[in-house]
Design a binder for this molecule. Sequence first.
Ligand SMILES: N[C@@H](CCC(=O)N[C@@H](CS)C(=O)NCC(=O)O)C(=O)O
Length: 209
Amino acid sequence: VPPFAQGLVRDLRVRWALEEAGLDYEERLIGPEDQGAACYRALQPFGQVPAFQEDGLFLFESGAIVFHIAERTEILTPRNSEGRARMLAWMFAALNTIEPPIQNLAELDLFPGDEEVKAKRRPELVEGVKKRLAELSGELEGCEYLVENRFSAADLMMTAVLRILRHTDLVAQTPNLEAYRLRCEARPAFQKALADQMAPFAENAPDGA
Ligand SMILES: N[C@@H](CCC(=O)N[C@@H](CS)C(=O)NCC(=O)O)C(=O)O
């Protein structure tokens, strides 16, 4: 993927969860030519990344994969059923309520397009993002994490989503959200996952890139 997407590709979420859980895994990288291939579509119906295989189980959608991994470990999942349900609610919120406006803004900013059209559309998209960030910030007021004030897969997913805004200062404008993102990203499992995602990009970069 181009440099603007490196460190954001959604396999990062899965790598992070696997690192937190301390599970052994093997990565299989794909290129654009694999996206349409029938054998890859059998793993991921939309040809997207990530896809996950564990023995006979094939999973797609980063949220479903992370949840599957999270269920294995108390590091990522509260022990009680109420806590687990709240964790799932916040994972859905990250993916379904917070990510869409953030993704729309990132696509406008980072993908090519008519600059005049973009400039007209951007303020509305920024407002949409700011609204959700303010709401999230309010929810995190006085708390370090989203559920039971302990790190869980909900924070993993929320942090992965907030990172999509790294080309802007929108998260940094909200001090408790910025502190939350940094707290989650400081985890050794995140650092390992990020380094592992980035390594092949560096290895495969054309000379001097
Ligand atoms: N909802 C999916 C989105 C996956 C997704 O958008 N993956 C991107 C890479 S981060 C991709 O494969 N894009 C290429 C495409 O959509 O064709 C998930 O969370 O797994």
